[in-house]
Design a protein around this ligand. Structure first.
Ligand code: NDP
Length: 333
């Protein structure tokens, strides 16, 4: 079985030489364990933080040891009655072809409801992040004007669509490049799109949301957060979900220079970590599966084939090479 190890801590953008694909022996499962063949793995921006040796809400990857992350696979040998051979499960031992796990860490997914990889994307913690960020953290209400950054990505594309489905008055998204901006309006039903690479974010935002914004779903941080604070209406709410513009920065980056506006505008800025909200998963999955079935929610995937290309997939994600959820398909073609 092949597995990825982090072998050097990157400075700035991770380089291919920071990783090694290593051949490892897979042990036989012991009582209570299952052997899973990984079919899909999730590629996520937070993994960049785990490549640094810093304290966070999740421990760093250890040098010279297998990396991990969300994956979906098929149980091919089982010593646990509750998870028989053939079960399709979601678990956290990604970045490798085969994994031996305690059966309690292998969560069965309903492949009648949706294809297996959907549980890493729109029906997984990605989709749940969009829903929780919007409804629980930013307390979006019908009639709000909503701005989403990273809007062509996995979380952002779902957040924008859910905002519309749950009654937002106007939904504006930002992304990098004219093609992706066009897709926001054409595929995901955003009312207006901003291409941040054109620059002039505050002016573009003022044009896209002339009445100001009530909710900002922040995936990007930095200049996006600053522009949003400038455009917020009174009592506006900001969900601090991610700050991808800073993840590769080798030095601390300047914060928004207009935070004092939050006082007069009575803004709420609230951070979130999706692991705190997994209890909302079942409710969300029921609702989102309904939207997927009736065609009102669209979830794109960008699929990279083969474990050997997993690092490329991560580098591409950080440069905006994806529409929707970035996945590695380990089996199949
Ligand atoms: P995405 O699918 O959105 O992929 C990342 C995207 O970020 C790229 O496609 C790229 O799109 C954009 N990007 C890269 N660099 C920059 C930059 N300098 N400025 C603006 N945009 C940039 O990933 P996810 O949907 O998985 O994650 C989105 C965000 O949500 C991340 O910040 C992530 O950390 C956060 N997150 C937070 C969670 C939590 O619990 N708080 C849980 C899950 C995700 P483009 O082409 O538009 O630049």
């Amino acid at each position: 079985s092949r597995e990825w190890h982090l072998i050097a801590r990157p400075t700035g953008e991770p380089a291919a030489t920071d990783f090694a694909l290593v051949v490892a022996q897979v042990p036989d499962p012991e009582p209570g364990q299952v052997l899973v063949r990984n079919d899909w793995m999730s590629v996520d921006p937070y993994m960049r933080g785990r490549m640094d040796d810093t304290e966070s809400y999740i421990p760093p990857f250890r040098l010279g040891e297998p990396m991990d992350g969300g994956a979906v696979g098929t149980v091919i040998a089982s010593r646990a009655e509750s998870v028989p051979e053939g079960t399709v499960v979601r678990h956290f031992a990604g970045w490798r072809e085969y994994a031996v796990l305690p059966s309690a860490d292998a969560h069965r997914v309903d492949t009648e409801l949706a294809p297996p990889q959907t549980y890493l994307g729109v029906l997984g913690s990605t989709g749940l992040t969009a829903y929780v960020g919007l409804m629980e953290i930013a307390r979006m209400k019908p009639g709000d004007v909503v701005f989403v950054s990273g809007a062509a990505g996995a979380v952002g594309s779902v957040a924008g669509q859910i905002a519309r489905l749950l009654g937002a008055e106007r939904v504006v998204g930002s992304t990098g490049g004219p093609e992706k901006a066009a897709r926001l309006v054409e595929s995901y039903g955003f009312d207006a799109a901003i291409d941040y690479r054109r620059g002039g974010l505050p002016a573009q935002l003022a044009e896209a949301a002339p009445q100001g914004i009530d909710v900002y779903f922040d995936n990007v941080g930095g200049d996006h957060l600053q522009a949003a604070i400038g455009a917020m209406n009174r009592y506006g709410r900001i969900a601090l979900c991610g700050a991808i513009s800073q993840y590769n920065a080798p030095e601390p980056t300047p914060g928004p220079d207009n935070l004092a506006l939050a006082i007069g505008k009575r803004l709420t800025l609230r951070g979130m970590i999706i692991g705190d909200h997994l209890d909302m998963g079942p409710l969300y999955v029921r609702q989102a599966a309904g939207w997927l079935r009736n065609g009102s929610l669209r979830a794109d995937e960008t699929v990279v084939d083969g474990i050997g290309n997993a690092v490329d997939a991560f580098q591409s994600l950080m440069r905006g090479g994806n529409m929707g959820k970035m996945l590695v398909h380990l089996t199949g073609r």
